[in-house]
Design a protein around this ligand. Structure first.
Ligand code: HSE
Length: 435
């Protein structure tokens, strides 16, 4: 008996690095995928603005449309892969595709962070899948790990190095002694950073990804503007050197965790982590995510967070997930359940240890003035470094501080910045001990 292989018909919107990767990998892995899932995954239509790009990639002319609206209106497609980026058209595309009864796969973390609640409501209403494995940490299957592998766990914490560009910059500052701007220029030369570098180096890309991870872990979307985000621009080479002397590495970390009362914190900022911690040895463009579950304990996921092939690997895994059950209908899963809604902590409430670097005039009483401000706010000093300087010179004064609430620390920093001998805005970094 000849049983024909079912076919999942795909529309691909966007043919950038990731779109091209998906096109090529569906071709190169075609037989493997058919063997593994028993369904053929076939791209029937591609929306790309420049026909020339389609020719470069080898997409037959008969497959190409210039307007994504044609794709979402095509009744002969089962799934749309959204790789056009941005949030305006991508939102409209995703909504329309779901409303038209198509499953949607997206790599677009900005879209999910900003409009995830609405999009998943539409997906639920129309019982279509909205899958997003490629949206966080590229090729690392972290979404599936959280949704499936760790489904038996309450998530206690997630610590992620989830922006490869920032990790590359910090690695080069550490290993080659580059200043931030030179490391950024090098990242750009190597094609790691976007021409508009702000999404990466100001922490927004990592914040979008943190919002997706937080929604998976705690069932709610952090409201826009409430996810504390700090990038790398204030970090200098000397901060990395002092951190190293103190036994720490510096990483742009996404921190997502809950406390015993169920209050949740979600934040992205440069963070000192113990050099002996496994995340401290994640270097270059690599990403890593450490997830602590209440049943399993610590689990670690490591790999490439960006690039055509790693991201295509994730997109194809979403296609395979739909294809494996196709044409049977599976229940579409939601992300975000109001019933689980936990309270989001404000940054002011968050308690951590802190690193403070001041540029001060070397004269009697300066250290005492700084210590007095900290003492008045119950902030203890655990360590001090001041390189030997000559009287009257400007010298760094580096302080490691004990646990303090952010509100107290910020007030102290403001007061310290007004001391006459403090000659530049203080550099303040937080410390994570993974307790
Ligand atoms: N620019 C991102 C990074 C990849 O450097 O990790 C896309 O999110």
């Amino acid at each position: 008996m000849n049983i024909s292989t079912p076919t999942l018909r795909v529309g691909l919107a966007g043919l950038g690095t990731v779109g091209a990767g998906v096109w090529h990998r569906l071709a190169s892995q075609k037989d493997l995928l058919r063997q593994r899932i028993g369904t053929e995954i076939r791209v029937d239509q591609v929306a790309v603005r420049r026909a020339e790009r389609a020719r470069e990639i080898g997409v037959p002319e008969s497959h190409v449309v210039s307007d994504w609206r044609k794709l979402v209106a095509n009744p002969d497609l089962d799934v749309i892969v959204e790789l056009i980026g941005g949030t305006k058209d991508a939102f409209e595309l995703t909504q329309l595709a779901l409303q038209n009864g198509k499953h949607v796969i997206t790599a677009n973390k900005a879209l999910l962070a900003e409009r995830g609640a609405e999009l998943f409501a539409t997906a639920q209403k129309h019982q279509r899948h909205l899958l997003f494995e490629a949206s966080v940490a590229g090729g690392i299957p972290i979404i599936r790990a959280l949704r499936e592998g760790l489904v038996a766990n309450r998530i206690l914490s997630i610590h992620g190095i989830i922006n490869g560009t920032c990790n590359y910059i910090l690695t080069r500052m550490n290993e080659a002694g580059l200043e931030f701007k030179d490391a950024l220029a090098e990242a750009k030369q190597n094609g790691y950073a976007e021409a508009d570098d702000s999404l990466d180096v100001d922490g927004h890309d990592a914040a979008h990804k943190a919002a997706v991870l937080a929604a998976l872990a705690y069932g709610f979307w952090v409201p826009e503007g409430q996810l504390y985000t700090e990038g790398l621009r204030a970090v200098e080479k000397q901060d990395i050197i002092y951190a190293r002397k103190l036994g720490y590495g510096l990483k742009l970390l996404a921190i997502i965790k809950t406390d015993a009362d169920g209050a949740v914190e979600v934040r992205v900022h440069p963070t000192l982590i113990p050099q002996s911690h496994v995340l401290a040895s994640v270097n270059g463009v690599f990403n890593a995510v450490l997830v602590r579950g209440d049943v399993v304990g610590d689990t670690l996921y490591y790999g490439r967070g960006a690039g055509g092939d790693p991201t295509a690997s994730a997109v194809v895994s979403d296609l395979a997930q739909i294809a494996a059950h196709f044409p049977q209908e599976q229940k579409a899963r939601n992300v975000g359940h109001e019933a689980l809604h936990s309270r989001l902590k404000t940054m002011d409430e968050i308690v951590s240890r802190h690193y403070l670097r001041l540029q001060v005039v070397d004269r009697p009483g300066v250290l005492a003035d700084v210590a007095r401000v900290l003492a008045s706010r119950q902030i203890g000093i655990s360590s001090v470094i001041q390189p030997e300087a000559h009287a009257g010179e400007i010298t760094p004064l580096v302080l490691m501080l004990h646990d303090a609430p952010e509100s107290q620390l910020q007030a102290a920093v403001l007061e310290i910045s007004k001391i006459g001998a403090v000659k530049a805005p203080p550099v303040h970094l937080r410390v994570e001990d993974f307790e």
